[in-house]
Ligand binder design. Structure first.
Ligand code: NAP
Ligand code: MG
Length: 482
């Protein structure tokens, strides 16, 4: 098998120098173990949202490329599905190791292409992506144990469509369980953040994974739609907007395709008067400003108990003044660039809507870089449950604040939205935590912490946040039938 470097990359040094990063000027599609030109011969520019400068040309895959990719996956399925589970595990483990060895390079590319602070790419996205491969490598030869007396079989060719907010991590969430269970995959990255998926394609090639087991087809929404509609695809795993999720549900209706959808969210982060306030404050800040708020489980609605509201809001404003907004490649940066111009316009439009709805806005007096897509961290006070900024996902660093008196009131308000992905609870009382975890309609409820992820824990939502779970043993289920 091919080269695996002996050393592990260290995570401590912040990679401010990007000159050593190995990036090509042009990237092709990864199909059947090779990089191939798109049939249309068309490429598009992928940019750095912090500088607005082009990084590379990316192949614009279309329906014809998807067809070739799906057929490769279908052919490879014959032997991959029969490969000894412990042999499959070796490849997945090897991919995990290779991500770990190149963690620093991956982190720099993730930050260049997506705008997130380098500290987050380096400490969270990339190590967690490697951990997902490690974790599911371990499951490959234990499936009979996970599903006793049920003989799990792979579903076949899986189409995976991922968003731009955690590009490598989402690829790992999707690929690792699919491969462990013996499926073959066609993955379509988001158009604005294809680079770490293409680096992963290089690793997959180098790992010796048999040709056709994984294809990575870059392109736009039409390529995603072609994947959804292809008759040889047996399952679709999607993470992205509720709008596209609904389109996918309609498109597969009447077919035998399995579907899992991980869609938007509008999480309540609830702080009671008996909470450890300073700890909660960090959870509120992390909940909404982590990854510029481009997080489906972002704690974007703060509920604060009325008798501590003034104190909490003042502390929050003071804490926001200390946040550093700017160059994502600087290791001190807390809030990097908004992922795209389109997303910045969308966030700014919601800020206008909030003002028009009569909510009171607070932003710190920080200067934003003159180039790139940046947004000030923003609070909205005096919001009403009916406001659009309270009901709709903004996907940016914008927090709405509501107050409450009783636990019944906050449960009612927290649940009174179309989404149900996650929630946070801050209190000193275990009984309140148990009460809320059963009554909040959310797939994940964090207590006295926020945004904690682990490959062993299931993640997913209710209602307009989608269905199906990823992570843990639950994350294997969508990829098998019995
Ligand atoms: P999106 O349009 O749903 O995109 C997600 C993925 O689906 C991308 O790879 C996208 O390709 C692809 N896609 C687009 N149209 C498709 C179609 N008709 N059929 C199949 N695949 C299709 O999301 P977005 O444009 O990146 O972001 C829009 C909003 O979605 C955000 O503002 C946010 O509210 C939400 N969002 C949620 C999450 C989450 O984690 N739950 C993540 C990202 C975004 P292209 O990239 O080429 O469009
Ligand atoms: Mg889109």
């Amino acid at each position: 098998m091919s080269k695996i470097k002996k050393t592990f990359a260290s995570y401590d040094a912040a990679p401010e120098n990007t000159s050593h990063i190995d990036l090509k000027a042009q990237y092709d599609l990864f199909i059947n173990g090779k990089f191939v030109k798109p049939q249309s011969k068309q490429y598009y520019d992928t940019i750095n949202p912090a500088t607005e400068k082009k990084i590379a040309s990316i192949a614009k895959g279309n329906e014809k490329d998807i067809d070739v990719a799906v057929k490769s996956a279908n052919k490879a399925f014959e032997s991959w599905s029969k490969t000894e589970p412990k042999e499959r595990a070796k490849y997945i483990y090897r991919i995990a190791r290779m991500i770990q060895e190149r963690a620093r390079e991956f982190a720099v590319i993730e930050t260049m292409n997506g705008g997130k602070p380098i500290r987050e790419s380096r400490d969270i996205d990339i190590p967690l992506a490697a951990n997902h491969f490690f974790y599911y490598a371990g499951w490959a030869d234990k499936l009979d144990y996970a599903f006793p007396n049920r003989k799990p079989k792979p579903v076949g060719v899986v189409g995976q469509i991922i968003p731009w907010n955690f590009p490598l991590l989402m690829a790992a969430w999707k690929l690792a369980p699919a491969l462990a269970t013996g499926n073959t995959v066609v993955l379509k990255p988001a158009e604005s953040t294809p680079l770490t998926a293409l680096k992963l394609a290089e690793i997959i090639q180098e790992s010796g994974l048999p040709d056709g087991v994984v294809q990575i087809v870059t392109g736009f929404g039409d390529a995603g739609a072609a994947l959804v509609n292809h008759p040889l695809v047996n399952k679709i795993a999607f993470t992205g907007s509720t709008e596209v999720g609904k389109y996918i549900q309609k498109a597969v209706a009447g077919s035998n395709k399995k579907v899992t959808l991980e869609l938007g969210g509008k999480a309540a982060n609830i702080i009671f008067d008996d909470a450890p306030i300073d700890q909660a404050l960090e959870g509120i800040v992390n909940g909404i400003f982590f990854n510029q708020g481009h997080v489906c489980c972002a704690g974007s609605r703060l509920f604060v108990q009325e008798n501590i509201a003034d104190k909490v809001i003042q502390k929050l404003k003071d804490r926001m003044k200390t946040l550093i907004i700017g160059d994502p490649m600087d290791k001190n940066t807390d809030i990097g660039a908004i992922n795209s111009k389109e997303q910045l316009l969308k966030i700014n439009n919601y800020i206008k809507i909030g003002l028009a709805e009569g909510a009171e806005m607070y932003q710190t007096n920080c200067a934003l870089p003159s180039q790139g897509y940046f947004c000030k961290p923003t609070l909205f006070l005096h919001t009403a449950q009916s406001h659009r900024i309270v009901q709709e996902e903004i996907f940016g660093p914008v927090l709405t604040i509501q107050t409450f008196r009783t636990i019944e009131e906050v449960i009612e308000k927290a649940n009174n939205i179309p989404y149900g992905l996650s929630a946070g609870v801050w209190t000193d009382k275990g009984s309140k935590i148990f009460n809320l975890t059963t009554k909040l309609r959310a797939g994940v409820v964090w207590a006295n912490t926020y945004n904690k992820f682990d490959p062993t824990s299931p993640f997913g939502g209710y209602q307009e946040s989608g269905f199906g779970r990823e992570g843990g043993v639950h994350g294997l289920l969508p990829y098998v039938h019995f």
